[in-house]
Design a binder for this molecule. Sequence first.
Ligand code: FAD
Length: 231
Amino acid sequence: MLNSETWCVVGSGPAGIACALGLVAAGKDVTIVDPGVQLEPARREACLTLASGPVSEWTPASTAFLREGVTGSSSGIPIKLAYGSDFPYRHVPGATSITSDGADTKPSYARGGLSSVWGSAVLPHRQEDIADWPISIRDLEPGYRAVLQYMPLSARHDDLSAFFPLYSDRSAPLPMSRQATALLATFERRRASLNANGVYFGSSRLAVEARDSNARPLCVQCGLLHVWLSP
Ligand SMILES: Cc1cc2nc3c(=O)[nH]c(=O)nc-3n(C[C@H](O)[C@H](O)[C@H](O)COP(=O)(O)OP(=O)(O)OC[C@H]3O[C@@H](n4cnc5c(N)ncnc54)[C@H](O)[C@@H]3O)c2cc1C
């Protein structure tokens, strides 16, 4: 039972968590209400087993479950699963039905909402992109800064910063793959002509913790996004 001092946040997706953290920071007592669908225990165990050992010991057989249910083609994948599971999209009995008109929506009843399956790519809006919105970047900036107080950000200060400000001084970049390093080096060699043609480039930004509190790298560069390193 919630008392009159308790604030109730509906949903544990990114919006709900941001709201709850804002309320907690303001000294409020918060309860989050959520259907809370989660990854099946066996898959979770398998993830933790992988994360507890060195990547060199991972085998095609031990990582096969991560790719289950996904058949890729040249046009992409029909639906992105998380650790081989469709739990982020699973319906819950009794859930209010959602209808949409002109938008392709997929509701989530998972703990963490669709952030349990998202790609974690994060870029702020640009004023040009929201010119017809009733709010401006100036209105959004305090929110970006507040969220980045607790949301990890893997990012580099590069040419993109002029278009997409970092809004945080505590970003730590993930190490880049060989392919990404080579691609950026190729762009770098052609920077002048690319810029002259209105093309600017930089590293992608991810809501991922690149280093632990002792500045040790957390990413094991296994190439399989969404594998935990710790429970
Ligand atoms: C495959 C995929 C990849 C994506 N990649 C990216 C990306 O790289 N970068 C990016 O910025 N965005 C990405 N997104 C979009 C991003 O995940 C969503 O924009 C974001 O999760 C929306 O957050 P939200 O809190 O508004 O809603 P949701 O994440 O949908 O959370 C809704 C929450 O409400 C709860 N809920 C639902 N109904 C009820 C109810 N009746 N009562 C109580 N609780 C309820 C749910 O359980 C859930 O916890 C991706 C989405 C998908 C599906």
